[in-house]
Design a protein around this ligand. Sequence first.
Ligand code: ADP
Length: 333
Amino acid sequence: TSAVALDNVSRRFNGVAAVDRVSLDIADGEFFSLLGPSGSGKSTCLRLIAGFERPDTGTIRLHGRDTVDLPPYRRDVNTVFQDYALFPHLSLLDNVAYGLMVKGVGRSERMNRARAMLRLVELEDVHNRKPAHLSGGQRQRVALARALVNEPRVLLLDEPLGALDLKLREQMQGELKTLQRRLGITFIFVTHDQGEALSMSDRVAVFNRGRIEQVDNPRQLYLTPRSIFVANFVGSANVIEGELARELTGENGIFAIRPEFARIHRLTRPAADELSVNGELSNILFQGAMTRYELTLARGVRFTVSETHPAGVGTPDGPALGQRLTASWPRAA
Ligand code: ADP
């Protein structure tokens, strides 16, 4: 049986569906992300699983058991919130042990388990400190330890890295992933950051206006988006509506091409089996690892190409603004 199963779940606020007929099957031990823009229903979905909200329709099962009559504290689930919600007047150790005290676990066992959790997140040596004396990343780890001390089978994380700066966020992504793999707990991770979802998850559900547009592993999601929304939200894409010209006539529809799958031509020409567009170079954006070239095609359509630089060379004889250029990409892209 799956760890978490939602079947046709809806939740409305003031007549508007925040979560709209969502079905999901999350496997035991999976790192599963709910990805989508702000307001798309991710948090509501998480709160439904935690039991802080009740579905208007549909069923939610945890490890095969219907949760309709199960209050939050009886669910084998713990939540880590974005603001961490730590007690400012308690030491780290007492913060982590608090939930066990509420459950009536005896003092020495409580302290042992809390210490073990602080060791797991590498904060044992500062267990006497108060939250105010910690960095953002350390507070995040305390919040994690406090949720894990209850030994939940499912951990719900609501934008847990949202308050951290980029460097620390990337570091914590790696740490969270390692921790999850080691503990084998099911993680359900809410984020609006597509890079975060792709790099950490076994599978990702993409939310749009309360509905799930696609559930797939990160590679499939990126390489075979099934809607324009997913193509644009997960990474960036050139979305072109039209018909393929010349020997390929007859195929029409909407094409989505990743900027890094295309290349621009100065001294070269597209290969015979490639597809291409022509346009005027309207912008060159140097981004460090990549340079982004923006072409303006017929009827003002924009087409973006991202190229990496040949090792250490940069682009000494790059193209000039206003130049007419061809961009091409393999058919498979
Ligand atoms: P996300 O987590 O993707 O940002 P949310 O689940 O928080 O999205 O919200 C989805 C929609 O539901 C939003 O339009 C939000 O305003 C609405 N919503 C969420 N919770 C409530 C609530 N308690 N009362 C009224 N509207 C709510």
